[in-house]
Design a protein around this ligand. Structure first.
Ligand code: NAP
Length: 530
């Protein structure tokens, strides 16, 4: 497909009229064609009007029709073939193998949501039948189902150009919920966004859906992004990126005459706790696993292990020495954008200039533009507790080891942490009681707790939680990965004393959708998967 540099408003290709962005190959600093002129408030207006017009018919699509649409998107993405991988590699500097894996994950995610929609459990149907004879008062017939919130604005992430971008998790979960989606493309990969946008638009057309189900806009966050978030027809926002960007959107959404939810995934340093027996028994293996996780993808994962917490002593010294040795041999890797590289350098410089942190090892020097040289720092728990800036996210392959004198200091350090996406515990049997004593604190801090694993690598499945207390996300009650993400874009409606003929299919007495309803407090047996 020839890239056009145009936006997609419904099925129409429309040229922007604001400052243009171009993709940049971060490995060579080469500017890529074509130019993508930014949209204006008028384009946002057009996309929102179309999305609003599409809402009522899209939200009433049958479970099968909506599932087939999600499957059609996956099919269209796969049909883009090598062109998608080549363009994404050029725009992000990510290796082809990683992008092939990410495409697989993106399509699997869409198919998983298709299965979720078809199954219908997400409708969470509850029926409390009328009790006209109840004393002292009769009970009405009450029936609840979930309905979509309305059009959703999605801000594609820079670090997953496929799985968290135009047709990524936020888009898939919003479409699964029955919400039209308008994506504000990330300027780091405009061509990749156009290719995926067209795949999505083709699926909309092939499935006979109204054109406003999906639009793709280019332009600056401050103009197009804020115009989208403040448009009264937008009812929720999905975002992955910086803390400042996420907070700007949260504030804009809260300042609206009618505030809306913003699901922003922002900043996490993903503490790793090394317990004494584990550290004593396998310091070398832990160091290897740690450095592999830290340097994976130049550390550009929201789950990157940016903080290690352990008790001082010979075992921790062995771990530090082994990790430092391994890190010194880790090659510099190209980062996603010059901006992200500059932010990494600024974060590392802040640590280098902070007398409370000591540089312990550096990876191999960079050999090209925008390359991340891995860094490992150490600090004492008293310094960490005294200086909040030591827990600022440094997006990239940098981590800080906090050395504690005793269990009480470990507890204090954990207690002082901001909200996190993950917390990892490396432990052996002898460590179990000590770990148990910290669990309730860790549950307050993080959305996913791991034992003897590394936080990078987020499974897309039913039980995943990719979320956590602020600033990991702006709303800790939910997840942006996994099927539970659909609930971000739904709200319950209760129907009281409706005649059966007026009830939506999901709530009719005969249960024509064969859902596993909660009927008078009892879970029904059948569902569509059987
Ligand atoms: P970003 O700067 O937050 O940008 C993400 C999106 O939000 C872009 O579309 C951007 O628009 C928009 N945006 C940013 N600030 C805005 C504002 N004030 N008002 C309205 N829209 C705004 O994130 P990024 O470019 O992907 O990466 C920058 C930094 O974010 C990284 O260095 C890293 O620290 C962090 N990051 C974190 C994660 C994570 O998962 N935790 C992932 C990626 C990045 P524009 O096109 O105008 O920029």
């Amino acid at each position: 497909m020839t890239l056009t540099g145009n936006m997609l408003i419904g099925q129409q290709r429309i040229a922007g009229n604001r400052e243009a962005i171009r993709g940049i190959d971060p490995a060579t600093h080469t500017v890529l064609e074509p130019a993508y002129a930014g949209g204006s408030a008028a384009h946002v207006e057009q996309a929102c009007a179309l999305a609003w017009a599409a809402l009522d018919s899209y939200r009433e699509t049958t479970l099968d029709a909506r599932s087939e649409f999600l499957e059609a998107i996956a099919h269209e993405i796969e049909a883009l073939g090598d062109e998608l991988i080549d363009r994404a590699a050029a725009e992000t500097g990510l290796p082809r193998g990683r992008l092939l894996g990410e495409r697989g994950r993106t399509c699997q995610q869409l198919r998983l949501f298709a299965r979720t929609v078809r199954n219908g459990e997400w409708l969470d149907v509850r029926v409390d039948t009328a009790q006209p004879q109840r004393q002292p008062l009769p009970r009405s017939d009450l029936r609840q189902r979930q309905v979509p919130l309305g059009p959703v604005a999605v801000f594609g992430a820079s670090n997953f150009p496929l799985a968290f971008s135009v047709a990524g998790g936020d888009t898939a979960s919003a479409l699964a919920a029955g919400c039209p989606v308008i994506v504000k493309a990330h300027s780091a990969h405009p061509g990749t966004s156009e290719l995926i946008g067209h795949a999505l638009a083709r699926a909309v057309k092939a499935c006979g859906l109204p054109p406003g189900v999906f639009s793709l806009l280019y332009g600056s966050g401050r103009e197009v992004g804020i115009a989208l978030v403040t448009d009264p027809r937008i009812k929720a926002v999905g975002f992955t990126g910086s803390r400042s960007g996420g907070l700007a959107l949260v504030q804009a959404a809260q300042a609206r005459p009618v505030p809306i939810p913003v699901y922003a995934e922002m900043s996490s340093i993903n503490p790793v706790l090394l317990f004494p027996a584990a550290l004593h028994n396998r310091a070398q293996a832990l160091a290897e696993g740690f450095v592999a996780s830290l340097t994976l993808g130049a550390g550009q994962f929201c789950t990157n292990p940016g903080l290690v917490i352990a008790r001082k002593g010979p075992a921790l010294n062995s771990f530090i020495a082994a990790a430092a040795e391994r890190l010194r041999h880790s090659p510099a890797q190209t980062m996603l954008t010059p901006g992200i590289f500059n932010a990494y350098e600024a974060g590392v410089t802040a640590l280098l200039e902070n007398p409370r942190a000591q540089l312990c090892a550096e990876g191999l020097r960079s050999t090209g533009p925008n390359q991340c040289q891995a860094r490992l720092f150490t600090t004492q728990s008293s310094d960490f507790l005294a200086d909040h800036s030591l827990q600022a996210e440094v997006f990239g392959a940098a981590s800080l080891i906090v050395q504690c004198s005793d269990d009480d200091e470990i507890r204090q350090v954990i207690e002082r942490l901001e909200g996190q996406l993950t917390a990892s515990l490396h432990l052996d049997d002898e460590d179990l009681e000590q770990a148990r004593a910290l669990l309730s604190t860790l549950e307050r801090k993080a959305g996913r707790l791991l034992v003897n694993g590394w936080p990078t690598g987020v499974e897309v499945c039913e039980a995943m939680v990719h979320g956590g207390p602020f600033p990991a996300t702006s709303d800790s009650r939910t997840t942006s990965v996994g099927t539970a993400a659909i609930h971000r874009f739904l709200r319950p409606v209760c129907y009281q004393d409706f005649p059966d003929s007026l009830l939506p299919g999901a709530l009719k007495q005969a249960n024509p959708l064969r859902l596993r309803r909660l009927l008078d407090g009892q879970r029904e047996a059948h569902n569509n998967a059987q």
